[in-house]
Design a protein around this ligand. Structure first.
Ligand code: SF4
Length: 946
């Protein structure tokens, strides 16, 4: 296959004086320049002074003698212009920056199209004024007047920005093209050192077209088009739109000489539909080891993987098998998609969430935001030594962390300009210093590490943004900084270092310009990407843009994408074009229309082209997850013994019955749900508050018979007490508004309800509380294969009363209680059925209470469901008719010695099994038990009902 750039190299090598150092070869991209130099070197096999080979962008800037403007600088300068134009009516930078991007893009286009900005913007203003004109003579609203004033001032914005940037000698690309064109039109002699050859172009902007046209006419420049008869001669082919126009007007250069690559040489094209992105990149991995072209020697240097969807770069790199050999990534990775990009975002989010009502000069930030930052892979890499301090912080109940602490923790107290890290200049200084420390602490690691390369790029970006912030005299906000950094992080690309010409080339669609490969694998060939919508935000409406001023519209933009696609195919021998075939929104999942075109047109017209379609039903295979089984090794048994020595609570037993694995993780390994510092009243806090206040109200009545008047506590008093409780236990919480106020009021209702029931009951029976929040303990000895084990049970009984002189052990519950859950007909079922968890807890309390120093049976055990306004005590009972009468409690409620003995036997069996090394800890089979389990992801279980 003869490559386009190879042909250019041959021409340069043999045609004098083209191949001299005085010649300038202008190509679409810098990448193409690298390839052309390589071809010249391989042809000449000797050292020469090569022609100047540059991209068109570099050519134009060097010809006008200005530097390209930094996009961030342009945004800041445009805001200064905005303040100059609008005066006191200027918007904040937050509001203006989104508008600025659109304005800058429009200014660039106006210049690229050589349109007089004054004419265009005045036309726009008048068109808008007509739109808003009211035939009934009604005057415009203030909003409409401002809207018109904005359009009227666009010329002024353009002129002032242009003036500022010219003074700085840094200009945008469109302006550079316009200036060069004007210079050539004014016969202002351009200093060219020799012949100029433009090669590999298809569509110029009007400014470029005029420049090239004048250079051809007046300076003898030449244009070498890279085109094919298939799309030039066929009027229907959008890929040839520009070239046909140039051919017709023979301007900027004639289009007479073009080959017919599609009609010659055999081509094998395979269109592959694959489900989602991941199946596409996996398929690329497979093709790079199994496709027929991989059997040819040196195939790598003739192969390109082209990403129409550039977001697939990282997954693709992970899918290229080592056996495919070397590869070179010529496209950069957007900083925003790397861990370094997300680190800056996380820090800014932290600094934006300043604690409400912070005292002046003391800044506090949410600790939950801090944990997200602290767990970031780069922070772990750079500040791993702080892990212990993070863990200590985690164990506290704090909601906030101060700027001072952050400074101490990460910068060892390095003096910051101020403790207010929510000021953008301080925030960026802080983040930059943190990034510096990460780089310092990792300086001895491999330099090729992507994590570190992206961190170094982040540092450069932060320095750049900091530079502009420091020189900016307008109001700065965190939102603006976030937006700005987000923009820059999206546009800055991490370059991959390597051998640019070695191995398989991995590139984006635009980098393929002027390059040819025998084998092409293209990924992401979907219609929403190729050609895509072609729409960019603009203040210039479509009809005015195309019909009145002849600017490029959707047709032209699509034609450029079509050209890139067809040009890449024109010299291939083998092409695999992959698209995602899972339907999504807005055209996602639709194959590109270009695929449909080649499928219906090429094989019919060209017998040399074989085209086939393949559907890959390759959903990522889901390997069945092996059940989690924890064997009771001697080490596990020792941990079990240790936990048993410290004491199990009655709730632990319920946990064991519900799921042995959850019991093991939580009670033996001590793995808890991550502590969440939150501004909401969590359910455990809610329960603790009610338990504590119930105790507080009853404590003065301990050992006394309760009289109705004793508990005539007013709602206001309950509110005051509850407020005190939250102030003591969770001072950061605001219970005066929002969801917290609702929960607070529910807690007040529960307590009022509790007091009311208490008053009602004491009129019906004699109630004497004898213990409140009493700690009860009991040890049980079991024998496991001749080894004696002592297991301590420990718990806190909410309350023990004498009711009509009969002892009752009472457990408060803030949730609902189904009477069936505390009814047991057979003692064995208490540990066999998780639905009896509450009965198990009550029976364990009963058994513990009857231990040394406790009560002698008979006595009663009951739950007090605080939520139910009508129910007082729900007794543990031994009825067997609950299925028939589910809402009623059985009347056989007495805890007798026999029942305690029966329970102890059941408990012994349960604990013997617990210590039995032959019975491992396993996952529950009852999926319903997983509903509220914090380990649900670890177990890969799905919550019931989801
Ligand atoms: S998710 Fe289910 S199986 Fe896993 S530990 Fe929790 S309760 Fe047990």
């Amino acid at each position: 296959m003869s490559q386009f750039l190879f042909e250019i190299a041959r021409r340069l090598a043999v045609v004098k004086p083209l191949g001299t150092p005085q010649t300038t070869v202008v190509l679409p991209t810098r990448r193409a320049a690298v390839f052309l130099r390589h071809h010249m070197a391989s042809l000449l096999q000797k050292t020469i002074w090569a022609p100047d080979i540059i991209s068109i962008e570099d050519f134009i800037y060097s010809a006008v003698g200005y530097q390209p403007a930094d996009p961030i600088e342009l945004v800041f300068e445009l805001y200064s212009v905005h303040r100059e134009v609008e005066g006191d009516n200027a918007r904040t930078p937050d509001d203006f920056f989104a508008v600025a991007e659109v304005m800058l893009a429009d200014f660039d286009e106006v210049d690229q199209h050589l349109i007089d900005p004054d004419v265009l913007f005045n036309y726009l203003h008048e068109a808008r004024a007509i739109d808003l004109w009211n035939p009934d003579g009604a005057s415009l609203t203030d909003f409409q007047k401002n809207y018109l004033a904005f359009y009227a001032s666009l010329t002024s914005y353009y002129e002032k920005l242009r003036e500022r940037m010219l003074q700085k000698e840094r200009i945008w690309q469109g302006l550079a093209s316009r200036m060069l064109n004007d210079r050539l039109a004014d016969n202002n002699t351009l200093q060219l050192k020799g012949p100029v050859l433009f090669a590999g172009f298809n569509a110029f902007t009007p400014a470029e077209e005029s420049i090239v046209g004048k250079l051809c006419k007046d300076y003898g420049a030449e244009v070498k088009w890279d085109a094919d008869a298939w799309y030039i001669e066929n009027q229907e082919q959008e890929a040839g739109l520009f070239l046909r126009r140039y051919r017709e007007k023979r301007y900027p250069a004639p289009v007479d000489d073009y080959p017919n690559h599609f009609a010659t040489g055999s081509k094998n094209i395979t269109i592959m539909g694959a489900p989602l992105q991941i199946a596409q990149v996996k398929q690329v991995g497979r093709l790079l080891t199994e496709a027929p072209f991989t059997r040819e020697p040196g195939w790598q240097s003739r192969t390109a993987v082209v990403l129409a969807d550039e977001s697939l770069l990282l997954p693709l790199l992970n899918s290229i098998p080592p056996s495919a050999g070397k590869f070179n990534v010529t496209m950069g990775l957007p900083l925003r998609t790397t861990p370094a990009g997300s680190l800056a975002e996380l820090w800014l989010e932290l600094f934006s969430n300043l604690r409400p009502n912070s005292e002046p000069g003391v800044n506090y930030y949410f600790i939950s935001d801090f944990y997200r930052v602290a767990m970031h892979p780069l922070m772990i890499k750079g500040f791993g030594r702080l892990r212990e301090q993070f863990d200590i912080l985690k164990k506290t109940d704090r909601l906030y962390i101060s700027a001072h602490e952050l400074n101490e923790l990460f910068l060892s107290g390095e003096v910051l300009p101020s403790q207010n890290l929510s000021l953008p200049v301080n925030a960026i200084e802080f983040i930059r210093k943190v990034v510096d420390r990460i780089l310092e602490s990792t300086s001895d690691e491999a330099t090729g590490d992507l994590l570190l390369i992206s961190t170094a790029t982040l540092k450069d970006v932060l320095t750049r943004v900091q530079h502009y912030l420091n020189g900016f005299d307008g109001p700065l906000t965190m939102t603006m900084l976030q937006r700005l950094l987000g923009q820059v992080a999206s546009s800055v690309r991490i370059p991959f270092a390597g051998e640019p010409l070695a191995g398989i080339q991995v590139m984006g669609m635009l980098e393929t310009r002027a390059l040819d490969f025998e084998n092409v694998i293209m990924v992401g060939v979907n219609d929403d990407i190729l050609p895509g919508s072609g729409h960019s935000p603009s203040f210039i409406p479509g009809d005015i843009r195309t019909e009145t001023f002849g600017m490029a519209g959707f047709r032209e933009k699509t034609s450029v994408m079509a050209y890139h696609f067809y040009r890449l195919l024109q010299r291939v021998k083998s092409a695999f074009l992959l698209y995602n075939n899972i339907p999504g929104n807005l055209g996602k999942g639709e194959p590109s229309r270009f695929l449909l075109q080649i499928k219906h047109e090429l094989p019919k017209a060209m017998p040399n082209i074989s085209l086939k379609e393949v559907l890959i039903s390759d959903f990522p295979r889901v390997t069945p997850i092996a059940p989690i089984v924890i064997e009771k090794t001697p080490e596990v048994i020792n941990k079990l013994r240790f936990a048993a020595g410290k004491g199990f609570s009655p709730t632990s037993l319920s946990l064991l019955v519900e799921c042995p694995l959850r019991f093991y993780l939580n009670r033996i390994e001590g793995i808890n749900e991550p502590e969440r510092a939150t501004l909401m009243i969590e359910s455990d806090r809610f329960g603790n508050a009610i338990h504590d206040l119930a105790e507080q109200f009853l404590r003065p009545l301990l050992h006394k018979t309760i009289a109705e008047d004793d508990l005539s506590i007013q709602r206001e008093t309950v509110i005051d007490n509850l407020t005190d409780w939250f102030n003591r236990n969770q001072p950061d919480l605001d219970c005066r508004s929002g969801n917290n106020l609702l929960v607070f009021n529910v807690a007040v209702d529960y307590l009022m309800n509790f007091l009311k029931k208490e008053r009602e009951m004491c009129t019906l029976q004699k109630v004497v509380p004898v213990q409140l929040e009493a700690v009860i303990e009991r040890v049980i000895e079991i024998d496991c294969d001749g080894i004696s084990e002592s297991i301590l049970f420990k718990g806190r009984a909410d309350r023990i009363d004498f009711r009509n002189d009969f002892p009752v052990v009472i457990d408060y519950k803030t949730g609902t209680v189904d009477p069936r859950s505390v009814s047991i007909s057979m003692m064995d079922t208490i540990v066999e059925q998780p639905k009896h968890a509450k009965a198990l807890q009550l029976m364990t309390y009963a058994w513990m209470s009857a231990g040394a120093g406790g009560f002698n049976p008979p006595f009663l055990c009951a739950i007090w469901p605080l939520k139910a306004p009508s129910k007082a005590l729900v007794y543990l009972n031994f009825a067997d008719d609950q299925q028939e009468r589910p809402r009623h409690q059985g009347t056989d409620r007495t805890i007798t010695s026999q029942r305690l003995n029966d329970f102890e036997a059941v408990l012994t069996t349960l604990l013997t099994n617990l210590f039995n090394p032959a019975i491992p800890f396993t996952q529950t089979k009852e999926i319903e038990n997983c509903r509220f389990c914090p380990f649900i992801e670890l177990c890969n279980r799905v919550r019931p009902g989801h």
